[in-house]
Ligand binder design. Structure first.
Ligand SMILES: Nc1ncnc2c1ncn2[C@@H]1O[C@H](COP(=O)(O)OP(=O)(O)O)[C@@H](O)[C@H]1O
Ligand SMILES: CC(=O)N[C@@H](CCC(=O)OP(=O)(O)O)C(=O)O
Length: 299
């Protein structure tokens, strides 16, 4: 009978050895990682995530973290008895809401992630879109068409923004240092108004500006699933568009895939949607053959 301890040990050694070509390939590359509010909920997983980010930096990759915090914003709004609603997955954001959004995203959540990375031995610095003019935003115009009458109307989402310009200056400077940037998706415009930006969208804009080698979106499913609920390993831009058009992708997965398509079209080498609930999902995706999520590339 085989010795399980020895087998386990060999498996570990093989995994470490398998990682070497990937470490060599990606040294010096920039990876943008979108860390969603759901993925942060579990303290043990959050600690592993922080360790993985530190490991990436340690092997010469430049990780740039862009985080969400939708559920945490919801909890704070509840505590403050401020009503909240969503249109097409976007939070309708009035003046009082945008103040809470900024407080939660750029305040508590951002610092929580920074502290976790620093506790894991890294050197993280928290930024919002306002720091160093990182993300200038403009008001998002959302048009909705009535399915019966086909009449279009412009929806007012308040202070919901879309990234207008990402200024990479600070990120380029940090890439040369041992500091890991952690970005809250809050933007501002030239009038000084603050905007709430969907975290996937903000991360996509940062990845595109940096022409990242990889753009990872950590979510709460294995990746993009086909109609039989089987994980799709690889998608071209064409098959990704098809998955939206034929209804394979629905709900929150639609803007996620659209963000990936947009980022790849703008120069990101490949985008990967993967399961943030799996311990070390990032390491498995990056350093093992085959990966664990859905990779969307130029094909
Ligand atoms: N084809 C699909 N494959 C995977 N998930 C899908 C698909 N279609 C719809 N979804 C839904 O999209 C969700 C992910 O989007 P969302 O909830 O917005 O993620 P997040 O909160 O991580 O940003 C999944 O939990 C799943 O319910
Ligand atoms: C405009 C808009 O909807 N903004 C989001 C920002 C946070 C976010 O996107 O967080 P997750 O990635 O955790 O969902 C919100 O207010 O919830």
């Amino acid at each position: 009978m085989s010795n399980p301890t020895r087998d386990e040990w060999l498996t570990k050694a093989r995994t470490l050895s398998e990682a070497l070509p990937y470490m060599r390939r990606y040294a010096g590359s920039t990876f943008v990682i979108k860390y969603g509010g759901h993925a942060m909920g579990d303290a043990a997983l959050a600690e592993l995530f922080a360790r993985d980010i530190v490991l990436l930096k340690q092997v010469g990759i430049n990780p740039v973290v862009v985080h969400g915090g939708g559920p945490q914003i919801g909890q704070m709004l509840d505590r403050l008895k401020i009503q909240s609603s969503f249109i097409d997955g976007l939070r309708v954001t009035d003046k009082a809401t945008v103040e809470v959004v900024e407080m939660v995203l750029a305040g508590s959540i951002n610092k929580q992630i920074v502290a976790a990375i620093n506790s894991a031995g890294g050197r993280a610095v928290g930024l919002s879109g306002k720091d160093s003019n990182l993300i200038t935003a403009r008001r998002l115009e959302r048009v909705q068409r009535d399915p019966d009458s086909h009449i279009e109307k412009v929806l007012d989402l308040g202070f919901v923004g879309e990234p207008h310009k990402v200024n990479p200056e600070i990120l380029n400077a940090l890439a040369k240092s041992d500091i890991i940037p952690v970005i809250a998706p809050v933007g501002f415009d030239d009038k000084g108004d603050t905007y709430n930006i969907n975290a996937d969208t903000a991360a996509g804009a940062v990845a595109a500006e940096l022409k990242a080698a990889r753009f990872f979106l950590l979510t709460d499913v294995a990746g993009v699933l086909d109609k039989n609920k089987t994980l799709i390993d690889n998608m071209t831009l064409e098959s990704a568009r098809e998955a939206i058009a034929d209804g394979t992708a629905q709900g929150g997965m639609i803007p996620k895939i659209e963000t990936c398509i947009d980022a790849v079209e703008k120069g990101v080498e490949a985008a990967v949607i993967l399961d943030g609930r799996v311990p070390h999902a990032l390491l498995l995706e990056i350093f093992t053959e085959g990966g664990v999520g859905t990779l969307i590339g130029r094909g």
